[in-house]
Ligand binder design. Sequence first.
Ligand code: AKG
Length: 155
Amino acid sequence: MSVLDFKNFEFRGYMGSRRVVSFGFRYDFGDSKVHAAPDIPSFLLPLRQLAAQFAQIEAAALQHVLVTEYQPGAGIGWHRDRPVFRTVTGVSLLSPCRFRLRRRQPTGWHRQTVLLEPRSAYLLRGPVREEWEHSIPPAESLRYSVTFRSLKSEA
Ligand SMILES: O=C(O)CCC(=O)C(=O)O
């Protein structure tokens, strides 16, 4: 059995309510750079393979893996993923969540919500990646996500 070494998500001194663990690379909000992280554990490689097939990308290109734990009440605020990353594909586990999207329009925010059922996957690429922001409201029950990212610095 593998035990993941979750740490509270920290953003420039602010502690988020979710807990995260990174593999391959980790993003440091202090210097806005990616740094080496522990190797992707073998039990996550089959999931990375599936995510890569879903995203139609080589599995090896998904070099950054982030496992996030959302205890009840934990969510994630509006953001776009950092520009160092290219493709973002995620797998949603254990409980459903509302994946909210918004994009600024001259007349106000254009909003969409996608219901992510447990074991479903999503892909952020193109306008939904570059132009739309996303957020997840506080979880009602325990949820995990596994997000896989490729780096822009790679081919
Ligand atoms: O939990 C999720 O599926 C989304 C995670 C996310 O938006 C992020 O890590 O930037």
